[in-house]
Design a protein around this ligand. Sequence first.
Ligand code: DGL
Length: 275
Amino acid sequence: MIQKINPIGVFDSGYGGLTVLSEFFDLLPEYDFYYLGDNARSPYGPRSFDTVYAYTLQAVKKLFEMGCHLVILACNTASAKALRSIQQNDLPGIDPNRRVLGVIRPSVEAIGTYTKTNHIGILGTSGTVISNSYPLEIKKIYPEISVTQEACPMWVPLVENNEHNSIGADYFIEKNIHSLIQKNNQLDTIILACTHYPLLFEKIRKYVPENINIISQGKIVAKSLKDYLHRHPEMDDKCSKNNIRKFFTTESVEIFMERAQLFCEQIENIEHLEL
Ligand code: DGL
């Protein structure tokens, strides 16, 4: 008999969302998860609003078809460019009882607990920075906080090409950090607003002055998901809990297997999927 499960869907443009998924595994070990990486069409960072929205909507619909009632966009670019439209325009027509959540809101909510100077920096892809999602969301909750952004278009390709430990990576990381700090020398908190950046953490730490906190999102988003499920028992009841984990990629299984290990140690059960 085929076991019918209703996993929590986790979507990312590629591999980066695996850094968030690892934290879900740690904090919510009993839940079932389907991870979907649109690796064949990543990166999303440089793509237009319309393209990211269209691709993300396809992925969300697919995860719904596969039995997910709750989908997390574990990708800043997709959260910045597609989440609001999907929540407001698409979900009511698809199924008003399903939910799609992103990574920006939980990260923003946590910011207030870190900054003392009320000056924070955002490092992200060009898409995330241009969308202005972080400054807009922060303004809603913490109007007193000033936000300074820096787009780091080379950082994702460095990680994707396994060059994140190279001297070349130092060049780009130092350049972007220097540029961010030059724009605002009162920063005391920097958010890594891209799921790939935790893999660059050591190098980023090397170039960021010691008095500045560097915040990775994974743990914050995982805690927020746990709180969400606690506050919404009707959704929690719909999410199956058999500790089943499956990975789907729009790329080949072999390529996914090889690269995904860099982002998450617990990769198993991979299938190719067309969107
Ligand atoms: N996952 C994306 C993010 O967090 C980075 C990779 C991409 O550009 O597709 O913004």
